[in-house]
Design a protein around this ligand. Sequence first.
Ligand code: UDP
Length: 357
Amino acid sequence: MKIAVVVGARPQFIKLAPVSKALSSIEGIQEILIHTGQHYDKSMSGVFFDELDMTKPEFNLSVNLSGHGAMTGLMMQKLEPVIQEIKPDVLVVFGDTNSTLAGALVAAKLHIPVAHIEAGLRSFNQMMPEEINRVLTDHVSDLLFTTSDEAVQNLRNENISNDKIFNVGDVMYDAALQFRESAKEKSNVLSALGLSGKGYILATIHRAENTDSPNILSNIVDSLEAVAKHYPVVLPLHPRTAARLSEMGRQLNNVQTIEPVGYLDMVALESNSLLVVTDSGGVQKEAYFYGVPCVTLRTETEWVELVDSGWNKIVPPSEPDIEGKILSAIGSKGDPIEIYGDGSASKQIARILASKF
Ligand code: UDP
């Protein structure tokens, strides 16, 4: 059987790693990888294929325009003939980016079954482009692989038929388990940055709603600068955030800004940090996987279980005194929870795909 997989953005390369490994262990499965080009440079794309030992994409569509309409439209235009050429039995997409939506729409219209990994997440905030992408993708998907009971319930609430839903757990948890030891062995990022274990705060900021408003972005970086007077703060800068800061002419003096890092360095930075401050979906969960408390600079999150259990604190980035809220979250660990599966999500996905097609 032929499985086409569409990826394009950083978190999708990480989710792909354990899934590809599981697919390759089943005889008779041919996986054909299509990279849309949404993230394209070494630090946002190439590094993950190299260090996570993944085969290079067979097709690269080189679509990295800005603007959602242009990007999604061009991806669809370029994907359609590729998928017609491959004629896959099923097309797999991950998460909630424009690459996810473009892949799902093209396959659905070609009557090719769509499998959505990380289905059912909802922020209930239609202002987020990711929310639109994930809702639409779920509604054209034939197989919906969910991370947790909460996601299953969201799909049921939208009348998605139960027989399409497979609650397998989180492939990011699989990746965390698979690469944790390699990160310990191979990453020297802490010494390279002069950081000591449990002595610094790791921050990431990239969501459009935080970067595209100069007031909100200023409020966030002012707060991180203030926090950095108490603890070292390291901030791997996403290209979008770097571009917005540069447009604003804003320099950071106390916060240690660095280029985006590879996954193994990121695992090392997350697992050794005192606190994670982020607006990333994946990083919120990874903080919890490594037992690190997290502050999420958003008005809501899809990963509500982490908030309910006390691991994650939501701090809306337009609020006053973000720095005080960040500092007071240090050391505030949550209750033990077991919600993202047992590390076998990718294997279950591969088995289910093999049995269905
Ligand atoms: N990540 C990374 N290097 C970085 C920042 C993030 O490898 O400099 C990883 C992180 O560990 C997680 C994923 O990228 O696995 C999260 O991606 P991102 O924050 O871009 O997207 P989101 O999860 O919000 O969709």
